[in-house]
Ligand binder design. Sequence first.
Ligand code: HEM
Length: 483
Amino acid sequence: MEKLYLSLVLLFVFLVSLSFFVVFYRLRCPLTDPNLPPGKMGFPVIGESLEFLSSGWKGVPEKFFNDRMAKYCSPVFKTCIFGEPAVIFCGPACNKFLFSNENKLVRPWWPQTVNKIFPTSLQTNPDTEAKKLRHMLPHFLTAQALQRYIPIMDSIAQRHFALEWDHNTLVTVSPLAKRYTFWVASRLFMNVDDPKQVAKLGEPFNDVALGIISMPIDLPGTAFNRGIKASKFIRGELLRIIKQRKGELANGSATQTQDIMSHMLSYTDEDGQYMTEQDIADKILGLLIGGHDTASSACTFVVKYLAELPPNIYHNVYQEQMAIAKSKAPGEFLNWDDIQKMKYSWNVACEVMRLSPPLQGAFREAITDFIFNGFSIPKGWKLYWSASSTHRNPEYFEEAEKFDPNRFEGTGPAPFSYVPFGGGPRMCPGKEYARMEILVFMHNLVKRFKWETLIPNENITFNPLPIPAKGLPIRLIPHQPSK
Ligand code: HEM
C-alpha cells in the first residue's frame, strides 16, 4: 500500500513540481550564491530525501555522508532533504561549531513528520516547548533522584527477566529490550507498574517511531497515518492517567515528588501558571519516545556485540558483574556504589554506542546568515550533525572498525568526536539515567546467561533507530548454579 502511494506521490510531485521549480528555488534556495558549500540539491522538492532515508533503510546511514564527503572533499556539503535546503556538518570541528552556537547561530529543528506526529497543544513552537522541558527535567534527574531510581530499575529488570527470559531458550532481543526500557520509563515517569497496562501503552510506540521516518503522506494505510493515529491513542491514555493522578494528589494518595507526572502537575512557570493536562501529556509522550527506544537500541546492540565478539569481552563483563552480584545480600537491589563499580561494562556499552549509535544525529536551523569554513550558510537553511560520520572515521578513532572498550580508559576519545548523546547545551539530559538503565540490564543479563545469535551477521535496519532486521533472535545458555 505504502509503495503504491509513494509511486503515485512521486509521479505527482515530479509533474507538479516542475512548474514550481523556478519559484521554489528562487524563494527557498539562494543557489546563485557562489559561496554555498559544495553539493547537489537533488530532485525538486524531494531533493535527496530518498537517498538519505534509503541509506538508513539499507543499514548504512553513514554512506550518505561518507560518499558526499569524499566526492566534494569537504566535511560540509549542501543537499535538500525533507523538502528543505540543508547543509550537512560532519566531523568534530563541525560538531563543536554547531554545539557551541546553540541559540546564537542555530536552533533545533524537526522535520514536518515530527511536528505532525507530535503536534504541540500550545500555540508556541517546538523549540520553546523543548526549552521548558529542559528547564524542568533536572528536578527529575538530580543525582539524588537518580540514586533512588537504581533499586527500582533493578527490581523491574528482575521481574522483566523472570517474566520474559528465564523460562525460554529462544528469545528475540529487540522487542524484549523495548519492553524493559518502557517498563522502567512508565514506572519512573508516571508510576505505571502493572505489566499489562505497560504493554497496552507500549504497543503503539512502534508505529509512532516508524511514522517519524516515513514519507509525510497522510492517507489510510501509510506509516505516517499510522504514526499520527498511534500518537493520538497514547496521548488519550496519558490524559486518562493524568486526570486520575490529579485526583490522587488532591486526596493525598500521591505525592508531588513521586514521579515526573506528579512533578509536572505541581510545577508552575515564572508567571505562576500550572501546566495544562494536554501540555503534560505532550511532554511525557516526548520523553517516552526520546527515552525508551534509544536505551533499548543500546541494550539490544550490547547483546549482539557480546555474542559476536571474542569471548574475552563477555568474560570480563561477566567477572565484573558477578563480583558485584556476590557482594549483595539475598534480595538486596543494586545501588549507586554498584553502578560506579561497573567501569568495564560501561566502556563496553560506550563502544557499542560508538559503532551503533542509537541516534544518528539531529537537525538545526540557521537563525541568521553566517559563514562556516569559508562557506555561506543562509538563514533558514537546515543543518544536520551526524554521529556516524565521526564514530567510524579512522581519522578520529584508530582502527575504527575494531571493537575496543579500552578507548574509553583515561581521558577517552578526543572532544566532539564521540557524540552518541550530542553535545553543548542540548546534550541529552537523560544520559546518566540511560547509563544506569543499560548497566542494570547488563547486570541482570550476564548474571543469568551466556547466549548465541541465531542469524549470523543479521542485517541492521533503521526505524529510525538501528535495530537488527529480525529483532535479534538468540539462544540462551543459562549459567549452571554453582555447587
Ligand atoms: C542510550 C540512550 C540515549 C541516547 C543515545 C540519547 C541521545 C540523545 C541525543 C543525541 C540528544 C541530542 C539531540 C540534539 O542534538 O538535538 C538527546 C536529547 C534529548 N534526550 Fe536523549 N538519549 C538517550 C536517552 C534519553 C533518556 C533516557 C531520556 C529521558 C529520561 C532522554 C531525554 C532527552 C531529551 C528530553 C532530549 C532533548 C534535549 C533538548 O532538546 O534540549 N534521552 N538525546
